[in-house]
Write a protein that binds this ligand. Sequence first.
Ligand code: SAM
Length: 294
Amino acid sequence: MREILASPGATRYILEKYGIRARKKYGQNFLINADLIRGIIDAAQITEEDCVLEIGPGIGSMTQLLSRAAGKVICVEIDESLRPVLAETLEDCDNVKILWQDILKTDLRQICEDYNGGKPLKVVANLPYYVTTPILMQLLEQKNVFTSITVMVQKEVADRIRSGPGSKEYGALSLAVQYFAEPELALMVSPSNFIPRPGVDSCVLCLKAYKEPPVECSEKVMFALIRAAFNQRRKTLANAISHGYTLGGKQYTREEVTQALEKMGLPATVRGEALSLEQFAQLSLLMDPERAGN
Ligand code: SAM
C-alpha cells in the first residue's frame, strides 16, 4: 500500500474493510498521525544501516514508515487475525518480516542472530499497555542485543521509569531501565493520536544503551536484591532478603544483611525503596558470595 496508513481516514477504511475491531485484550490502539510516527523514528535515529525490532505492528501504520527508514524491520505480532490486513498494507515493504508470536515467548537473541548476523538491534514500538512492564523487563534483561529502545508507553509508566529513590513510583522497572540507559523523554502524546483513543496520556521514551554499565556491580546478585526489595516493598531490606531469597546461591541471615548495610553506612531498618542504583550496586558487591571477603 503506497498511501500513508497513519491517518484517521485510511485507518478507518482498513478497519472497516477487514471487519477489524481493535482488541482490548491485546492493548490495540492504532496510531493515526504520520508526523508523530516520523518523530518517533527520528528520536530513535533510525538509518538504513539499522535492523529494527517492532513489537506489535498492528495494522502496519508505523511499520510502513519504519520500512522506508530502516534497512530491515522484524515485527513480532500476537494477533493472527491481522494477517490479511498486513498482507495488504505492507505488500510493498520487502524489507519487513513478520513473526506471528507472543513477544514474551520470543527468543530475542535468536532474532538478532537470524536476521542481523548477531549484531544488536534497535527496538521501536507503540507498546500494548497491558504488558508494558514485562516486555520492558524482558528487553532489558538481554545483554548486547539492543543498542536502543524507543517506545510509546503510558505517561504513568514513563514517570515510574524516570523516578528515583524515595518516590512511590520508584521500583524494579526504574532501576532496570537506569542500569541500561539514561531515559530520555522524547515526546508527549495525547489520546487523539490513536484509534481507539486510550484513556490515558502517553509518552515516547528513548533509551540508548550505555556502552559500559553505569555502575560496578555483581549483576545477578544486584537484580536478586532489587527483586527482593520491591516484591516485599513494605519490609525492611534486611527482612526481605533474609526471607526466602538466595543471592548467588547463598541464603543470608538478617544479621549478615544488616552488617553489609552498616558497612555502607545504612541503618538496619532501611527499605529497598530508599536505595539508589549506586547503592544496590555497592550492596551487590558486598553480598556476592563469590567475591573474596564474603
Ligand atoms: N504498532 C501499531 C500502531 O502503532 O498503530 C499497533 C500498536 S498497539 C498499541 C499494540 C500492538 O501489540 C497490537 O498490534 C497488539 O496486537 C500487539 N500485541 C499485544 N500483545 C502482544 C504480545 N504479547 N506479543 C506481540 N504483540 C502483541
